[in-house]
Design a protein around this ligand. Sequence first.
Ligand code: SAM
Length: 247
Amino acid sequence: MHCGIISIFPEMFGALTDFGVTGRAIQQEKLRLSFFNPRDFSENTHRTVDDRPYGGGPGMVMMAEPLKQAVMAAKSALLNTNPRQKTRVIAMSPQGRQIDQAKVCNLVNANVLPIFVAGRYEGIDQRFIDAVVDEEWSLGDYVISGGELAIMVVLDALARWIPGVLGHPGSAVADSFADGLLDCPQYTRPAVWSGTPVPSVLTSGDHKAITLWRRSAQLARTKDRRPDLIEKLDQKENEVLINNQCN
Ligand code: SAM
């Protein structure tokens, strides 16, 4: 999957490109990132990409033109290597739609070339958003200092769904939210820690019983912590889950 990143701090992405699952995905060329710095498209010698807000007030606002030029360069580079695909420009913003697993999976399955835009300062000139941005995505109802961390969160969540990226193909499918429920509790060695044993079914070797226990634990945990997720499951799935409970 080839993604374009519009950011004035491309160096920040080393945290994503140099470590763990995402680092491996990039090394194996399953995930490809191309960076476009709006400063390279600034019209002045100081390479500024921000200016004071009209109407006054604190801080600076990112100017539309350098961002637009950076997106145009990204579109042309991405389409050059993938001429049959379409691009989708996604700006990270606390005012956007909150991301969830479904949104991330949809993007992977849509077979588009995403171009992520990181805002800074007080945000981005609205005219750029209206004219160039297809979607605005939010991490949640809080404000961070820049869109880079938000893009990294999305890219990490997205990389887990690219075929072949995770060591075990079932890992992402077993995670929380993949089937609408939270994951079950996990345990590892030793079998007894600080006087507490792991649930005996997990050391029984009975794989059918283990599968049933895990499903039941998922359901119980989701009911307890996120009843809203249970409500979202359709009635049929709900019945299957409830009938499969092993208390
Ligand atoms: N003044 C803006 C507002 O209140 O909506 C916040 C600007 S914020 C300091 C700078 C940039 O950080 C934003 O343009 C956006 O790219 C990013 N950002 C901040 N919070 C975010 C969130 N919850 N989700 C996604 N991006 C966020």
